[in-house]
Design a binder for this molecule. Structure first.
Ligand SMILES: Nc1ncnc2c1ncn2[C@@H]1O[C@H](COP(=O)(O)OP(=O)(O)OP(=O)(O)O)[C@@H](O)[C@H]1O
Ligand SMILES: [Mg+2]
Length: 425
């Protein structure tokens, strides 16, 4: 049996797995022909049978009975990890849920390879949690335990943006000073790294990594901005009720704008309160849409519609998002301009983190000659424009935007496990 090792990119939104064997890298089709799988699990209500990825999302959208879980990575290193959650009435811990998901993609890789895989390099963001060294340490340890529990024996970690750089290095000519810009669903990570094809077999790359920074901001936050500015007003956000013209509490709308919070919204108490507000509301039509959504427990459908609208605005100046599930013929008009305004502050914070990285590397923006874009949110034109402005001499490289972290982790696993370097167990 040949020696084999793999790289796992467990992302907030999407995951990939690639393995290295006999001098060849294989990016594994993890769901049908797709090499990426949404990091989502749907547990059927009747017996908690799990479904993964697009299939999980579809089960949910088809209103099958059960519970959809997404953005699981955001739980790592937080107190929620220890608390666990109720899944269809039975307590489950997140370590088990995440383990089930990662095991699923491990098994896909093993089926393609037709052998077991014990060596893994797991990707990790530079910061799972901002300004919280203990939380970050815990998050990596939790992921390590999960990897061990599902049968990996030799486990190591690599920063996701560094992995993305490794994936691009294979195709380079000459030496380049690169900035990796990885803007995913939950986090944005930056790395300044010296790249050259001639370093491909160099085992210790620490000296070539000049700096890295990261911030817990990403596409999910852009969804939240678009939701609060474009969609929520159509459900009564900032509308008033009663003689004192008080605003309907904002908490419903904030919870409705985040994947990780939406499940907490469907309580009898919330339903009762919203019904009371409707009685005194000055905008009954819009507020009734909120009630319908709570009754239907269809917050995820709305979040999906918001994300679809955001992606549409990458390619179109305006987009009418259909909300037929709430009201026949109802649609929300969105525009690229207003979306860009809504995300402006966050794009600035992301840019500040990138500039900090360049500063920490002890170089100037002009010195960067390659910008490697990776992660779905780097598709957004306003984000790309920002990076072109900041780094005028940087050629933009954007191939394999969604797969490059997984590919680079597999190259790293080859260096760490198949070339005689001892692994961290
Ligand atoms: N064409 C597009 N335009 C705008 N945003 C997009 C586009 N395609 C994907 N996205 C967004 O990219 C994000 C997912 O990116 P990606 O798959 O790289 O994240 P991830 O690796 O799961 O997250 P992380 O690296 O933060 O853990 C989502 O927020 C998604 O909405
Ligand atoms: Mg990612």
């Amino acid at each position: 049996m040949s020696e084999i090792s793999c790289g796992v990119d467990f992302g907030t939104s999407n995951s990939t797995i690639a393995f290295y064997r006999d001098n060849r890298l294989t990016l594994v089709p993890v769901e049908g022909n797709h090499t990426t799988i949404p990091s989502a699990i749907f547990f059927e209500r009747i017996d908690n049978t799990p479904h993964y990825g697009r299939e999980a999302v579809n089960w949910f959208l088809e209103r099958k009975k059960g519970r959809l879980m997404r953005s699981l990575k955001r739980v790592l290193g937080t107190s929620v990890m220890k608390q666990g959650t109720l899944v269809n009435g039975s307590p489950m811990n997140f370590s088990k849920i995440i383990g089930q998901f990662v095991r699923h993609i491990k098994e896909k890789a093993e089926a393609v390879a037709d052998q077991q895989i014990e060596n893994v390099v797991m990707g990790r963001p530079v910061h799972f949690i901002d300004n919280n060294p203990l939380g970050n340490k815990n998050a990596q340890e939790e992921l390590h335990t999960i990897a061990r529990n599902i049968g990996f024996k030799y486990i190591d970690f690599q920063f996701e943006p560094i992995a993305a750089a490794f994936a691009h290095e294979v195709h380079l000519t000459g030496e380049k000073l690169a900035l990796v810009v990885d803007i995913g669903g939950g986090t944005s990570d930056f790395t300044v790294i010296r790249l050259s094809k001639k370093y491909l077999n160099k085992i210790d790359r620490a000296g070539d990594i000049l700096a890295n920074t990261g911030i817990r901001l990403g596409g999910n936050d852009f969804d939240k901005d678009l939701s609060l500015t474009g969609f929520m007003p159509e459900l009564g956000y900032r509308s008033t009720y009663g003689e004192k013209n008080l605003q309907v509490p904002h908490k419903y709308y904030f919870e409705l704008s985040e994947w990780s919070k939406v499940n907490a919204l469907y309580t009898p108490r919330n339903l009762m309160q919203v019904r009371q507000y409707i009685g005194e509301s000055h905008d009954k039509v819009r507020l009734s849409r909120l009630l319908k959504l709570l009754e239907q427990e269809s917050g995820h459908i709305l979040l999906g519609a918001v994300e679809d609208a955001k992606i549409a605005l990458t390619y179109h100046d305006t987009y009418a998002a259909p909300l037929d599930f709430l009201e026949q013929g109802c649609a929300v008009e969105t525009s690229k301009n207003s979306f860009e305004t809504a995300i402006k502050d966050e794009v600035e914070q992301i840019a500040t983190s990138a500039l900090q990285c360049v500063h920490d590397a002890g170089i100037l923006c002009q010195d960067i000659d390659l910008i490697i874009l990776t992660g779905g949110s780097t598709e957004i034109p306003a984000v790309q424009l920002k990076f072109k402005e900041l780094f005028p001499n940087g050629t933009i490289s954007e191939e394999n935007k969604l797969d490059s972290v997984g590919i680079g982790l597999a190259y790293d696993s080859k260096r760490k496990f198949l070339e005689g370097v001892s692994a961290i167990q």
